[in-house]
Write a protein that binds this ligand. Structure first.
Ligand code: ZN
Length: 74
């Protein structure tokens, strides 16, 4: 039942979480470089601040110059 371990110090098999973090298919090999890069971009995306549209109060990215909801400039 035990799967052959193919882990090395430089790569890891992506499980569900790692697949999400790195954007790689589950079960694929992910290098630590890819993992680190994916982790950083994931954290960065999760930390994106939202702001409320000054016109319609829709939650939009803090960097947005136009509202996704009403299309008006911010
Ligand atoms: Zn709006």
């Amino acid at each position: 039942m035990a799967r052959e371990s193919v882990l090395t110090q430089r790569s890891i098999v992506a499980d569900d979480t790692l697949a999400v973090l790195t954007g790689q298919p589950k079960g694929s090999f992910v290098s630590y470089t890819e993992l680190t890069r994916g982790l950083h971009s994931y954290i960065k995306s999760k930390q994106l601040r939202l702001k409320a549209c000054v016109h319609c109060q829709s939650q939009i990215p803090g960097y947005a110059t136009f509202c996704d909801g009403c299309g008006k400039p911010q």
